[in-house]
Design a protein around this ligand. Sequence first.
Ligand code: SF4
Length: 216
Amino acid sequence: MVIEHFEEFSDPVDGTRWTVDVGFLGSRWRCIWGEGCQGILDEPAEALNHGCCSVGTELLDEDEAMAISAHVALLDDDLFQFHSWAEENGIFEDERRARTITVEGACVFLNRPGFAGGGGCALHLQAIRDGERPIDVKPSVCWQLPLIAEHGDDGTARLRRWGRDDRGPDGATMAWCCTEGENAQVGERTTADELADELQALVGPEVAVAIRDSVR
Ligand code: SF4
């Protein structure tokens, strides 16, 4: 069990006062998708390889929906298993364009085990092929997990780990949660180093460096 432990950091550039769970960022968590991840369903479901993509993803706003639409047009067919399906049914859950749609029990962008172009997120795979950073093309929630940044309106912000409560009522019945327990505590470096790009994008370069230094 990785104990929550919060410390404060100030951003010298914009003045934001961050409260950060250095207990988690100093742990050895890393994503173990395809290496024992049990998913987020009520029953352990390692063989499905859905990871946390079983329910599609919530999009930030219409700008993000537009950006994802634009990226779909750039996806190579051989990296996007549900390309034809998406052409017919779209990529959003409904006309509000607030969530990605699911197909066969998981996000439309999730290539399933055995797909010739590779399992996993089609947007992620395309970014790697194109020499881009996945965090620049994936929906925010997808690249930020398991971190959550919460901004107050008084110049403060909090950076914490994702947990089952963040799934609302469905969280209570999840069979497994990768930020709990020891299952995903298998990294060879700190979580802050493992998630260096994500951390920098969330808190800015100065605070990211300060956090990484503080947990080494
Ligand atoms: S972030 Fe956690 S739940 Fe999602 S794929 Fe990785 S290990 Fe699985």
